[in-house]
Every structure is written in C-alpha cells, then in structure tokens.
Design a protein around this ligand. Structure first.
Ligand code: RUG
Length: 837
C-alpha cells in the first residue's frame, strides 16, 4: 500500500487489509468461500458452477480494487496528465480469464477451482459477454483500455452502462430474429456501483440572462428536467503490472428532488417520468426511425458527455489549478462523433459556470479534445436536427451557433474560400430543417483528428474532409488501429502462444509484439509443426462447439480449409460476394464426376455477424447464407467437400473460438469503404491468411507480412471512384450469371427473399461493385486452393504472416495516441515485479 506515512494512525488497518489478500491457492479459496457465504448468501457446501464463477469473480475483483486504489493514488501523487477515452461502445466480452492472466493469478485460481471440484475453462464459459457495443468501434475501445493499463498510462474509459447490450441474434428458419440481450441477468460481479458518485444532468428548459455581481451579463441555462447519472466502475488490469485502470459507465436514474415542479404532478405521471429517466441508458443505439427515438439517442449522448465532464472537472479541481492549465492535465478523446456534444458542454461550463471569457474557454476546449473518425460512409456521419437539438439543449444550441459563426468568420478572413466551401465547412447544414453536422463540430472543437488506417486517413485528407485538410494541414493524422495480443493471441490461442514463447525463450512478446519480427529470418521446422498443431487444436475446439450448437447435425471436417467471414453484416463488407462465390463452388462441384470431386480442396465456409434490425439487405444476406447452408450441407454429392455454417449471435467470445481455428479469413469490402477493420489483424496474428481487397488496414497488413503471402484482388479505391463516376455498367460474368439464375430459379428458396440483393446486380445498380470484383474474387480463391494443396507453402505463408504482425498490437497504436495526441507519459507504480503465467 502506498503512502502509508500519510496516515500513520491507520497503518495497522491498512497492513491488515493487505495481508488479507494473499494470492496463494488457499487464500484465494478462503476469499471465494467468503463470497459464497457473505456476498452470494449461499451455503458454502452447495457449490453451483454459476456461484463458483461469481465467487471467483468477486474475489478477483477484490484484488483488482486494491491495485486500482493504489494506482489512482499514485497518479494523484505523480500529478499525471490523464487521458479520458469517451466511447458510446465498449465491447468487453468476458473478463475472468483475461483478468487472471493479466494479474498473474491464473495458476492459483486454476488450483482453487480444482479444489472446489471444477475446471477453470468450464467456469469461465459461464460468464455472459458484456456486449456493450456492436462491432469494431467498441472492440477497439476495449483493446485500447487493455493497452493503456498494460503500458501504465494514466487513463480512464468513460461510457454508458446499458441494461441491454446489442440484441441477441437468433436464427429462425434462416432469418435473423432479434431478442433483447439482458446481459445483467445473473448480475455483473466485475462492476462496483458508486451510489456516492451521482451527477445531475439537465435537459430541456430555457436560457435566462442574469446580471453578475460585477454588473456583467451572464447566460444561465435553467433545465426543465434533471436526471441522475450514477457511476459504475469496472477495474481494468494491465498485464504484468499492478497498474489497474477504470472503465466508468453511467447509468441513469430519476432525481425527483431535483425537479420540484414535477412534485406537484400526478404520481402516475411522475412514475412514468421516472421510468423514462431510467430508460435513457436502457439500450445501445435506440431505434432512430422516429423523432422520439432520435431524441433518445441524443439524450444518451448528452447524458454521458455531461456526467463525464463533471467527473473529469471534479478530479481536475482537486489540484486547485487555474482552468488555463486544464489541457496540461486533461486529454479527452472523442471516439467517433457520439460524444461530440461534449464540445459545447465544456464551453457552457467554462463560460456560463466558470465565467471564463469565450476566447479563453475556446482555447482550452480545443486544446483538450481529440477526435477519431471511423467511417467515410456518408450515412454514418451523424447529424441532429436543429429544432430537436434546440428543444433538448437550448443553451448548447446557442453555443453551437456561436462556435459556427466565429469559425466561419475566421475562415472568411484568413482563407479565401468560395461560398460552396464555406457551406461544406459549416457545422450547420442548411437543409429543412437545418441539421448539425456532428463530424464538423468535432473537427472544429478538437486539436487533432485521426483516421484509423493509412488509406482511411488519406481518404479523409483527400476527399471526405479535404476542405479541412486544406484549411488546417497537419490537423488530420493517421493512427492505425491495433488489437491487444493478450486477448487475441495469448489467451485465445494458448497452444500457438506457447510455441511463440518457446521460440523466443520467454513471453516478453506479450507486451512487445515487435519481437515477432526477429523470428522471420529463421523459421524452424519445429515451429511450423507447432503452428499446424495449434491450428488443429483450435479447429477441434470449434468443431465441438458447432456440433453441440447443432445437436450433432453439423460435424465440421477439421482437415478441410476453414474459410471465415465474421463481422457486422453490411453491404459494403460484401458477405454477398462471399456467398455467391460459395454457390459458384457448389455448382462446380455438382458438375464434376465423383473422382474429380474427390480431388477438390475440401472447404468449410464459416459466417457470423449481426445485421442492424432495420437493415433489409443485410437481413436478406443472412437468409441466403443459411439457405445455401441447408442445401449444400444436405446434398449427398457435395456434403463431403463443402460445408457452410452461419454461427448465430456473433460475440467476442465466439470470435475467440473462431479466430484461432481459421485458415483463411475474408476482408473483402469494396475498396475505400472499410475504415480499418480489426478482425483482419486478429486472424493474421493467429497465423491465418487473408483474402481481401486493398482496403482499410489490409493494405498495411499485407505490406508488413508480404503481399505474396495473401490473396489480394479487386478494384482499388481510385478504380472504384472511377467506376462510380463513369457509371460504368459492368457486364455480368458468366459464372455470376449462373449463380444469379440459380437463385432466381428458387434453388435456395423463394427468390423473392433475395430481391433486395439480386435486382441491383441485374440492373447494373451495383454501388458496391460486386459484379466488377466477382471474377477477380474467384481467381483469388483459386490461388487459395492451389496454395492449400501444397501444405509447406501454406505453412510458410502463415508463419511469415504472424511474424509480420508486430505493429498491429493496440500497444503500438496507444503509444502513438499518447505521444501524438494526448501528450501523456506512463506512470508505473513502483511495486514489486509481478510475474504472469
Ligand atoms: O467500420 C469501422 C471499422 O472499419 C473500424 O476498424 C472500426 C474501429 O476503428 O470502426 C468501425 N466502425 C465505424 N464502427 N462504427 C463505425 C461508424 O462510425
């Protein structure tokens, strides 16, 4: 325990507490037994597996809390500048195994659970995924937290504690059916509810003008309604360090005393109002197809921004520094535009509450925020209607108009911009009704904007945000995404990890992935064997999972090539092209003689991913994949050579099973559409090869691992632009024609199910260039087959790939954020070294 001298009277007590938390097997068993009895109120001798999981989690949380408290105290002592990562999504997955590995407590917990008659793996499987995100953006945030803790950076994650994560995906007769994901059903042992940390969040109301004591005029927002934001903290352990960070998630609750007007109202109305307040943090991405849905989304964003800023400012104020020093102590990262309302909120606090002059407040604000853009798709760039925004946040609306006015004045004076450029730069879009362009607000309000892969950042600079790039060259930078090698290799692929550790003579690579590159020049036969073995083990694990899932109906052939595409289902990601390719393969197999068929490469095509509930095209793709699976898997002529599976309810833990078992993963988005992708990194880190386009991080991955080791095809981003600009109609390749005709014929159920997908192809209305890239895709798949037939070639490629992945660790990205955006330094607690297993 740190700083014992500060509180000599308590020294004894603190020593006692420390002593209590010993980490040998027996002490851990004791802690677990205590939690059984006192936290879970269970009979000590009735060790139900779910309770064992909870007891293990609570006892581990105790240990992390101790380290977390020490870490916070250390950061205060060091007066460290902190980074705050604000994200509407944190896709954490499960915690137990990762936390045990990070804290170095895997062994004693393994033993303790054995003593209790259970196996760690079985117990870990009982944990419900924390699915507070929908895809790459949320998982990136989770990887970044792991890296921040591991690298000892002083940082916090801030987000929302949704009661329901992303929906649970069920597949019923091939269709996606959504049901709520009540992830808190069995409680969440990792979180610490902080009923003492509650902030008031105002909404609606009006703006008043009041006279200050010095006679000057001030603006005061009188909210019409207030809700409470309660903090829930989850400790985030670093690997091989005692530094432990916190993810603080906000939950909404009614604040009746704060709304005296409402006390007079009908109690039933009050009850409904209370329920509405609680609903603010009920679901991730409320349906936005109605005005009330849109307002709820904005409310969520403001609620989370307002509570977070109050918390950050409270912490800052403890140091008694003037606000001018705020950016020296605070860096806030806006992960996408969702937290962008923080910009006018900070301005409101500084100007209205702290009485700072506008210019000074603006300088502080823009030195504090950084903004990460994750998409170039126009439909994904958020906009809020001005009337709705003004109704919910009247004072913020004024501030946004003022920011925009001053910004455009500056632009007009300093730069010779045409009216068209001015109208593109404006934060306000002059549509009916007017819209607030949140990306523009985020760019104006931040000192640095970053894209998430080199090609993506170039597209931002040259096209999507080109006006800004001309205005402020150097403001838009690139920091390529990364993934944590702890979860995505060390934990999810223990056999391969052991092989790497053996090869490198230690596990230093877990926190320094660049060490892998040293292995590129001397690949041993032994290592190649180990990699094959690891792949076999992982495939067998997945086979068992699928067999259980399908009640034995699908038994994957582990000697076949596992070809995987797992990610959100979206037209730009082109799962459609993949399944059309599978149909083509099926047709080819059918046309062969049995002897010829037996000479073909055996394949298993694995799909997983959720479609947004209202996205018809994406849902039709899921139906098509499932129907093709039904047909192909039950065809006696082909079933031994081709298997198709759609694994429902894609999640972090499902990815942990699939990634190590995959031979080839598909990252085949239309070039210029995928900002980065991060699953490409996970697969390659696990020695999987990539079939993909020159899009997102694929570009850098194949550059680092050798393009000759991967299967790259398709139009490049400039070619896609040209195809679109010239509206070139692409002749339908004969093979694609045959596939489409087969769908039309009803070979895969009623073709009316797929009109959304195939009509645009027939009509040449093919925005995502599926028809153009299809023949090139088939050729690339032929190259895959050819390499697979020569196992040595394949094995070499996989190993070269893995060894090239050193820079795709999220540690690498976080170092760049720390240096180039946040200006923060590591602050490792000077505690004794801990050894992780
Ligand atoms: O689609 C992008 C991925 O390409 C990227 O890897 C990931 C993390 O940067 O973010 C994804 N993303 C984009 N998720 N939501 C959006 C919409 O803004």
């Amino acid at each position: 325990m740190l700083q014992a001298a500060r509180r000599p009277k308590l020294e004894k007590l603190w020593d006692l507490v420390d002593e209590y938390l010993h980490n040998d097997t027996e002490s851990i068993m004791r802690s677990m037994a205590d939690h059984f009895e006192y936290t879970l109120a269970r009979n000590k001798w009735n060790l139900a597996p779910q309770s064992l999981f909870q007891a293990a989690a609570y006892s581990l949380r105790d240990r992390m809390i101790e380290w977390w408290n020490d870490t916070q105290e250390y950061f205060y002592d060091q007066d460290s500048k902190r980074a705050y990562y604000m994200s509407i999504e944190f896709l954490m997955g499960r915690t137990l195994t990762n936390a045990l590995i990070s804290t170095g407590l895997l062994s004693p917990y393994y033993e303790a659970l054995k003593e209790f008659g259970e196996n760690l793996e079985t117990i870990a499987d009982l944990e419900h995924d924390a699915g507070l995100g929908s895809g790459g953006l949320g998982r990136l945030a989770a990887c970044f937290l792991d890296s921040l803790a591991t690298l000892n950076y002083p940082a916090w994650g801030y987000g929302i504690r949704y009661k329901y994560g992303q929906f649970k995906q069920n597949i019923v007769r091939g269709y996606q059916v959504e049901t709520p994901d009540f992830w808190l059903e069995s409680g969440n042992p990792w979180e610490i509810p902080r009923q003492d940390i509650v902030y008031k969040v105002g909404m609606y109301g009006s703006v008043q003008y009041v006279t200050r004591s010095d006679g000057s005029l001030a603006v005061k927002w009188e909210p019409g309604h207030c809700v409470g934001a309660v903090a829930y903290d989850t400790p985030i352990p670093g690997f091989n360090t005692k530094n432990t960070l916190s993810l603080r998630l906000w939950s909404s609750k009614p604040l009746v005393d704060m709304n005296p007007e409402e006390l007079k109202a009908d109690p039933w109305d009050m009850l409904r109002q209370n329920q509405a307040d609680e609903e603010i943090t009920s679901v991730l991405y409320p349906k936005a197809d109605s005005d009330s849905g849109k307002e709820l989304r904005l409310k969520q964003q403001y609620f989370f921004s307002c509570a977070t800023l109050q918390d950050i400012i409270r912490r800052f104020k403890k140091s008694n520094r003037p606000f001018a020093e705020f950016p020296d102590k605070v860096a806030i990262q806006l992960n996408d535009t969702h937290p962008t309302v923080s910009v006018p909120e900070l301005m409101r606090i500084l100007v209205d509450e702290e009485s700072l002059p506008w210019d000074q407040a603006w300088a502080i604000t823009t030195k504090t925020f950084g903004f990460t853009n994750h998409t170039v798709l126009p439909e994904a760039l958020e906009k809020w209607s001005v009337p709705m925004f003004a109704h919910l946040l009247p004072r913020h609306m004024q501030i946004v108009f003022e920011i925009n006015h001053r910004f455009l004045e500056e632009v007009k004076v300093k730069f010779d911009c045409s009216p068209e450029v001015i109208s593109r730069l404006s934060i306000i879009e002059e549509s009916n009704p007017q819209q607030i362009r949140m990306a523009n607000l985020a760019i104006v309000g931040s000192h640095t904007v970053n894209g998430v892969a080199r090609i993506h950042s170039e597209i931002l600079q040259q096209s999507v945000f080109a006006d800004w790039h001309r205005l402020w060259p150097g403001k838009i930078i690139n920091i390529t995404n990364g993934v944590t090698p702890r979860r995505w290799l060390y934990c999810c692929n223990p056999t391969l990890s052991s092989a790497v550790t053996k090869q490198l003579g230690g596990n230093a690579w877990v926190t320094d992935l660049s060490l892998l590159k040293d292995l590129r020049s001397h690949i041993t036969q032994e290592f190649l064997r180990d990699v094959r073995e690891a792949n076999k083990v992982a495939k067998e694990r997945l086979r068992k999972y699928v067999s259980k899932l399908t009640n034995g109906a699908v038994d994957l052939d582990t000697s076949s090539l596992f070809d995987t595409q797992v990610k959100r289902i979206h037209e730009y990601k082109r799962q459609l092209m993949n399944i059309l390719g599978v149909i083509h393969r099926y047709q080819c197999l059918k046309a062969l003689t049995p002897t010829e068929r037996s000479q073909q490469v055996k394949r298993t095509h694995i799909f997983a991913g959720k479609a947004a509930a209202s996205y018809q095209q994406a849902k039709a793709v899921i139906k098509l994949i499932n129907t093709v699976a039904d047909v192909v898997n039950s065809d006696p002529q082909t079933k031994d050579f081709l298997t198709v599976v759609f694994l429902p309810n894609y999640s972090v833990s499902l990815a942990e099973l699939i990634v190590p078992a995959t031979d080839l993963s598909e990252h085949i988005s239309t070039a210029g559409t995928e900002a980065s992708g991060t699953s490409n990194m996970k697969f390659a880190m696990n020695a999987g090869l990539i079939i993909g386009t020159l899009d997102g991080a694929n570009v850098e991955i194949v550059e680092a691992c050798g393009q000759e080791n991967h299967f790259i095809f398709g139009a490049t981003a400039p070619e896609v632009d040209k195809l679109r600009a010239e509206r070139q109609s692409v002749a339908i390749d004969q093979r694609l024609y045959n596939v489409l005709i087969s769908i039309e014929r009803g070979d895969f159920g009623a073709s009316s199910n797929y009109r959304w997908l195939i009509d645009p192809l027939w009509q040449g209305n093919d925005y995502y260039c599926v028809a153009h890239d299809f023949p090139l895709y088939l050729e690339a798949q032929q190259c895959v087959d050819a390499d697979w037939r020569t196992p040595d070639v394949w094995a070499h490629k996989t190993v070269l790939t893995m060894f090239g992945m050193g820079t795709f660790s999220s540690d690498h990205s976080i170092h760049q954020y720390a240096r180039n955006i946040w200006n923060i330094k590591p602050a490792r607690m000077p505690t004794e070294h801990i050894t992780t297993v």
